[in-house]
Structure formats: structure tokens, C-alpha cells
Design a protein around this ligand. Structure first.
Ligand SMILES: N[C@@H](CCC(=O)N[C@@H](CS)C(=O)NCC(=O)O)C(=O)O
Length: 216
């Protein structure tokens, strides 16, 4: 049995790379970049017909399992390769499984596009190409789901819990933080949602995250 993850850390491939690091999994890393056409070669399109990274391949006795969609890759690793022991990032109860699924779908549908817009148009793109009006509108929309998360973290905190889904960091935190880390490019949004900001920073202080980002 062996695992391969295609994609560089400075992309959505961060999600399975971070999950694999948290789980201490051995895997082959193929650092396919998103720029320069490497995701559109016939070889890559055979792995992911969408022409994107990441792609995860799990070579199993019963045959290869190919996973694309970054959240699916991270959730798959936690579900199929994690220890269900209440210590690892893998959900260990039906409630934790539900939390991981709902927060991961939530962050993709409610937050990802706007968080990326904030990142690109506040800091990432060359200044002459940034459109502050796009970032302003994205920040206004993002304030709605961030209020939801702020309230959830407040509830968790009142119960002595520092994380989204459990008393420990789980794949739910990983999936949501991998999106909301982009929203840190907006100081007003972070100032208005201090629990979200502190929680994202806690997630990004994880040794596994740091080790993955040290590679790119
Ligand atoms: N929804 C997909 C999006 C994947 C995606 O857009 N990946 C980007 C890098 S973050 C990419 O591969 N871009 C290169 C391309 O589309 O050719 C996921 O989460 O995996």
C-alpha cells in the first residue's frame, strides 16, 4: 500500500499534505505546480480531468483509489488512514464526523471564493492588478459566515474547547483554517472576528503545518 500526493504546498494541495503530516503518513510527494501548464498535460489530466492539483492516489490491494478535490483528499486521509483513537485528527464519533463534513462543505461553499478574492486583491497580486472594490465586496460577504464561526468558537470556548469539532485539533479545523488563512489579508475582518483570528493563528502554529510550508 502506498500514497502519492500531487501538488505544491502553496496551493490547495496544502490540505492533503497537511493532513498527511498531521497523521504521520509516509507518502510520495510529486510537487506539480499550478502554473506553467503542468496540470494540463495528458498525464495529469488522466489523474484529474479537471486539470487541477491536488490529486491523491492510494494504491491499495484491491486497486488504486484516486481522489481529487482538496477537501475530499484531506477528509479521505483522515477517514481511511487515521487512527480513530480520539487523539489523531480523525473524527472518532458520529458527531465529530458530522462536524468535519459540515464545516468542510461550509468553508468551501460559504467562504472560499471570497477569502481567495480578499487574499488576491489585498496582498497577493501585484499592486497594479489589485481591485480594491472586489476585495471590499468580498469582505462584506465574508463577514456573514465569519459571524457564524465567531459565535461557534464563542460557544466552544464557553465549554472549555479551543477547536471547532472536538477538544483537540481535527481535520475539521484543518479544512476550515486552510481557507480562512487567506482572509487574514483583511485586517478589519480579523479585528471584527477576534476568536476566528486567534483560532486560525493557533491552527497555523501546528508543527505539521509549519513543516509542510517549510517545503514550499
Ligand atoms: N476545487 C478544487 C480546486 C483545485 C484548484 O483550482 N487548484 C488550483 C491550484 S490551488 C490549480 O490546480 N490550478 C491550476 C489549473 O487549474 O490549471 C480543489 O479544491 O481541489
Amino acid at each position: 500500500m502506498s500514497l502519492t500526493i500531487h501538488g505544491i504546498p502553496a496551493s490547495r494541495a496544502l490540505r492533503p499534505l497537511w493532513a498527511a503530516a498531521e497523521l504521520g503518513l509516509a507518502f510520495e510527494h510529486v510537487p506539480t505546480p499550478f502554473a506553467g501548464g503542468a496540470t494540463r498535460t495528458p498525464e495529469h489530466l488522466a489523474l484529474n480531468p479537471n486539470g487541477h492539483i491536488p490529486v491523491l492516489i492510494d494504491r491499495r490491494p484491491e486497486g488504486d483509489v484516486t481522489v481529487w478535490e482538496s477537501m475530499a483528499c484531506a477528509l479521505y486521509l483522515a477517514r481511511v488512514h487515521g487512527e480513530v483513537d480520539g487523539v489523531s485528527i480523525s473524527p472518532c464519533t458520529a458527531r465529530e464526523e458530522a462536524e468535519a463534513l459540515r464545516w468542510s462543505f461550509w468553508t468551501v461553499t460559504e467562504c472560499e471564493v471570497d477569502a481567495l478574492t480578499v487574499l488576491m486583491h489585498r496582498v497577493a497580486m501585484p499592486e497594479e492588478r489589485r481591485k480594491p472594490a472586489l476585495a471590499d465586496a468580498a469582505e462584506r460577504r465574508l463577514a456573514v459566515p465569519l459571524r457564524v464561526l465567531e459565535a461557534h468558537l464563542q460557544t466552544q470556548q464557553s465549554q472549555g474547547q479551543a477547536w471547532l469539532a472536538a477538544e483537540r485539533f481535527t481535520v475539521a479545523d484543518l479544512c476550515v483554517a486552510s481557507v480562512l488563512m487567506w482572509a487574514r489579508a483583511s485586517r478589519p475582518l480579523m479585528a471584527a472576528h477576534p476568536l476566528v483570528h486567534a483560532w486560525v493563528q493557533r491552527c497555523l502554529a501546528r508543527p505539521a503545518y509549519r513543516a509542510v510550508r517549510a517545503d514550499g
